[in-house]
Each structure stands twice: as structure tokens, then as C-alpha cells.
Design a protein around this ligand. Structure first.
Ligand SMILES: Cc1ncc(C[n+]2csc(CCOP(=O)(O)OP(=O)(O)O)c2C)c(N)n1
Ligand SMILES: [Mg+2]
Length: 515
């Protein structure tokens, strides 16, 4: 077998069963090998941001890496923004990036680039495989690197001749270490804080946000009077009826500061100390009150669920006493489209097992309370702040979980970065409902303009924050990519569109007119 086949067989043998691709000449042997080897689902994306974002969504939902296949430096470069987001979310991904045949690199042909240099900032692990004989072992090492807790980006660069030359065979993936346990001293320190009676916040993100971790955190909070919050953005939050409900730290700095002001202690479980998205004149970067003591219970890569379980024992908390959310849907709203009526409609219609990918930007900031009692579902946020995240991540989540309904909540501005996701959803017949909030602007940036104190915007400045003239038509765009769409002007129409989208399988788009 050649190097490409040895790599594909190694990937499949190592549990990598999906490859999101956008190939070129240098990847042709890899493409041919994908065809030859059973067990790899290949999914084409029409822009590399779809490919890398889909791998992020897949990794978040399965906790195992998908592979991507990208075309040299420029292909990888096109995928960078969503790799950045995936890295911030600690999603496991194995990138395979084609490179010129090793004898051809010195000629500086048009596509020659510093691939390692492009890969390094968005990868935890980077390697150019030197020969066909090493490709399989390097592929196995890439899987191991990607799978290491809490999830990493591994980028393997594959010169074309390493793909077509004769290989030695398949390699086995080295053992993947379990999450490290938190040492006893930190558990005791956390117990002392919680028993002190001082107002304490448990701030969480990462794998602790699965049902079990939340139940333990809820029990500890119920027992000790501590409050629970998650970071503003999370990789995957399990929420809904029967789970412990938890809100997020708000985006707007003043609101975040206000939310955090009463706490003398913040106990971090996977989370970082709370910092603002941006620095603003006269606003703090650190959001906790001056004097609040921040203590780390568990790092993102550590076993936070085990740590909380031991902490619960120390403070005498019982899981059954956690404040589990009761099943409760808001009444189906009527009348105008408002932020609250949209939240209520989602709360009324979210099906059990839904995967909500949230890139709703300003529209969805208040969606949590009214959706909290919906049937159990997962909520995924963008942790890297680079927009164009939602529809690709939804695409990958749907491939990962074919029996679940994916709901992508997307601002109109954000949707335009990676709208080609719809084509992949149609081709693969994925069960994704994309909801576009068509307000005709980069609404958030109007708020930012005021926050940074840039003064009153004139016409030229406003033109950079608004996306009308011409007005976008998402239903037409969706139709052009094989996805049926519908425009709604009232909340009653939205209710109907959402209800029918939840009943039928397959990709759909709802354009919510907010302008
Ligand atoms: C890659 C990238 N480019 C630009 C931005 C800056 N940015 C942040 S939000 C935003 C617009 C979001 O607009 P939309 O999705 O319509 O949401 P809205 O603010 O209208 O709710 C832009 C351009 C970014 N975060 N990432
Ligand atoms: Mg908008």
C-alpha cells in the first residue's frame, strides 16, 4: 500500500470515521485512498471554513476527532478562523494538509507556502511527515495528540510523494492518558472556601457541563449556598428539564461586573478567571470585584467531575438534593417578533435531544431563561469570537448525531461568512434547521461603537455597520443550495415554521425578518 492508504487505514483503525474535505492536486492520492478504504465517511465543504467548523461541531458532540483534508497553505489559511474557534473550544481535530511533493518545494511554485507557519498558531501539534514510511505512525500520533484532554488540534502535513510512495503498513494509536485527577489539597481548599459562609461563585466550563458534573455542582451549591454560573461561551452545555439549570456570565461588561460583584470567592472549575471580550476605555478587563479571591479547583484538562464528586463528599452534598430543572415550556407567543417572543417560541418548540448551535449574537443574549425547562438538549457557543462559526458547526454536529435535531441560531451578518454550509447540509440531507435573524445590521457593532467611545457615527461609519443596500435574501440563497427556506414576518408565522421544521427531518432555513 502507498502512504496515503496507510494513513487512511490508520485513521479508520484509530476511530477517525469522518473526513471533512476540500481537496486539490496534492491530496489526490489521499482522496483515492479514501475511496479504497471502508469505514470513512467523506463530506465535501465548498469552503475550508465549512470543513474546519464542521470538524469542530463533530468533535464537540462525539469527543473524538474527525479529520479534515485541506489544500496546502491557502486551503489551511481559509480554514483558520474556525480552527481558531475550535482551538479555543478544545475540540479534538486531526487536520491533514497536503503539501507539494518534497522534491518540488524548492521551486517556489504558485501554491508553495510556509504551511507549518500557518498551522502553528491554531494547532497544539504540528508535523510534516518526512516519508511514506512514517506517514502511518505520524497519523497515529496526530490522533493521540488530538484526543488528549481536553481536546486538541493536531495538524499533519503530507507531502504528495509521501502519499504516493510505498508505505510500511498501518500504525496503532498510542494509549491516550485519562484526565488527571485533582490533588487532595485543592479539593480541601475548595471545601474550606465553601464552608466559610462567604459569598462564593462556582464558575464552570468544559466537560463539567455534562449532566453529571452539573448535578454535582448543583448539589454542592444547594448544600453550601454557593452560586453557579458558566463562562459566557461553552463548548457544550447540557441543559433542559431534569438537569441543573445554569446561566452564563453576560457579554456586556457592565452587566458582567454587576453579576459578579457580590462574590468574595470565585471557584474555577475548568473556567478561566472572568475577563471582558475586549478592553474598553474606562472599563475593567477583569470582571470580578476588586478583592474577590479566585481559586482554581480544576483545570480544563483535569477530571472536574471527579473533583466535584470528592468535593461533594467533603461538604456533605448529595446529588439528589441538586436543584433539577422541572419540565416547563412557556406558552406559544403571539404578536410581534421581539427578542422575548423568539425566546418563548424556542422554549415552546425545542424537541428532546436538540443540539442548539448559538451564533445569534445580539438576538439570543436572553434566550436562556425561557428555554431552560424545555426537554433535555445541548447548547453550543462560539468560544473563539470569530464569526462564521454557526452553520459549519451545526453541519458537523448533525453528522455526529444523525438522530438528533440541530438548530442553528445565526445572525444575518455571521451567516454570510460561511453560508455554503447549506449546500453540504442539502447534499448530506442533514437534519439541521437554520434560523437567520435578519436585522439587516451588524447590530452588536453599534453597541461596541458606543462602548469604545468612538463618538456619533456618520453615514460612512454607519455603512460599515449595516448590511442592507442591497438587502440579503436568505431564502433565495438557501434555494440556490438545495435547502427549502421560509421567511417569517410575525411570531405566529415563526411558530408555524418552527413547529413544522421540528416535525420533518432534513435541512431547512427560516429567515426571521427583524428589519
Ligand atoms: C472573523 C470575524 N470578523 C469580524 C468580526 C467582528 N464582528 C463581530 S460581531 C459582527 C457582526 C455580527 O452581526 P450579526 O451576525 O448580524 O449579529 P447582530 O449583531 O446583528 O446580532 C462582526 C462583523 C468577528 N467577530 N469575527
Ligand atoms: Mg445582524
Amino acid at each position: 500500500m502507498n502512504g496515503a492508504e496507510s494513513l487512511v487505514r490508520t485513521l479508520v483503525g484509530g476511530g477517525v470515521n469522518v473526513c471533512f474535505t476540500n481537496p486539490g492536486t496534492s491530496e489526490m492520492h489521499f482522496v483515492a485512498a479514501l475511496d479504497k478504504v471502508d469505514g470513512m465517511r467523506c463530506v465535501l465543504g465548498l469552503f475550508e471554513g465549512i470543513v474546519t467548523g464542521a470538524a469542530d461541531g463533530y468533535g464537540r458532540m462525539t469527543d473524538t476527532p474527525a479529520a479534515t483534508l485541506l489544500h496546502l497553505g491557502p486551503g489551511l489559511g481559509n480554514g483558520l478562523a474556525n480552527l481558531h474557534n475550535a482551538k479555543k473550544a478544545a475540540s479534538p481535530i486531526v487536520n491533514i494538509v497536503g503539501e507539494h511533493a518534497s522534491f518540488h518545494i524548492k521551486y517556489d511554485a504558485p501554491l508553495t507556502a510556509d504551511i507549518e507557519g500557518i498551522a502553528r498558531p491554531v494547532s497544539h501539534w504540528v508535523k510534516t511527515s518526512p516519508s511514506a514510511k512514517t506517514v502511518a505512525a505520524d497519523g497515529a500520533a496526530a490522533i493521540a495528540a488530538a484526543s488528549a484532554a481536553p481536546g486538541q488540534i493536531a495538524t499533519l502535513i503530507l507531502p504528495a510523494d509521501t502519499a504516493w510512495n510505498e508505505a510500511d503498513g498501518v500504525a496503532a494509536v498510542p494509549a491516550i492518558p485519562a484526565r488527571a485527577k485533582v490533588d487532595e489539597a485543592r479539593i480541601r481548599a475548595a471545601a474550606d472556601i465553601l464552608k466559610s459562609g462567604k459569598p462564593t461563585l462556582i464558575l464552570m466550563t468544559g466537560h463539567v457541563l455534562k449532566e453529571k458534573g452539573l448535578a454535582l455542582a448543583g448539589a454542592i451549591a444547594a448544600r453550601t449556598g454557593a452560586k453557579l454560573l458558566t463562562q459566557l461561551s461553552n463548548k457544550r452545555l447540557e441543559r433542559g428539564a431534569g438537569r441543573v439549570p445554569v446561566l452564563r456570565v453576560p457579554y456586556v461588561v457592565d452587566q458582567a461586573v454587576d453579576t459578579l460583584k457580590g462574590f468574595q470567592n470565585i471557584l474555577l472549575v475548568g473556567a478561566k478567571p472572568p475577563v471582558s471580550f475586549f478592553g474598553y476605555p474606562d472599563k475593567p478587563s477583569e470582571q470580578q470585584a476588586p478583592g474577590t479571591v479566585i481559586t482554581r479547583l480544576a483545570e480544563l484538562e483535569e477530571d472536574a467531575i471527579d473533583a466535584l464528586s470528592r468535593l461533594a463528599d467533603l461538604v456533605g452534598a448529595k446529588e439528589k438534593d441538586a436543584p433539577f430543572q422541572e419540565a416547563r415550556r412557556p406558552p406559544v407567543p403571539t404578536g410581534a417578533i421581539t427578542l422575548d417572543s423568539l425566546a418563548a417560541s424556542l422554549g415552546a418548540h425545542l424537541p428532546e435531544g436538540a443540539i442548539v448551535v448559538d451564533e445569534s449574537v445580539t438576538t439570543g443574549r436572553g434566550f436562556f431563561p425561557l428555554t431552560a425547562g424545555a426537554p433535555p438538549h445541548d447548547w453550543l457557543n462560539n468560544m473563539g469570537g470569530s464569526i462564521g462559526f454557526g452553520t459549519p458547526v451545526g453541519t458537523g454536529a448533525a453528522i455526529a448525531c444523525p438522530t438528533r435535531k440541530v438548530i442553528c441560531l445565526v445572525g444575518d451578518g455571521s451567516a454570510m461568512y460561511t453560508i455554503q454550509s447549506l449546500w453540504t447540509q442539502a447534499r448530506e440531507n442533514l437534519d439541521v434547521t437554520t434560523i437567520i435573524f435578519a436585522n439587516g445590521t451588524y447590530q452588536i457593532l453599534k453597541g461596541e461603537l458606543a462602548q469604545v467611545g468612538a463618538g456619533n457615527p456618520g453615514r460612512k461609519a454607519m455603512d460599515m455597520l449595516e448590511i442592507g443596500r442591497p438587502d440579503l435574501n436568505f431564502v433565495e440563497m438557501a434555494r440556490g443550495m438545495g435547502v427549502p427556506g421560509r421567511r417569517v414576518d410575525t411570531i405566529d408565522e415563526f411558530n408555524k415554521a418552527l413547529q413544522s421544521a421540528m416535525k420533518e427531518s432534513g435541512p431547512k432555513l427560516i429567515e426571521v425578518m427583524m428589519r
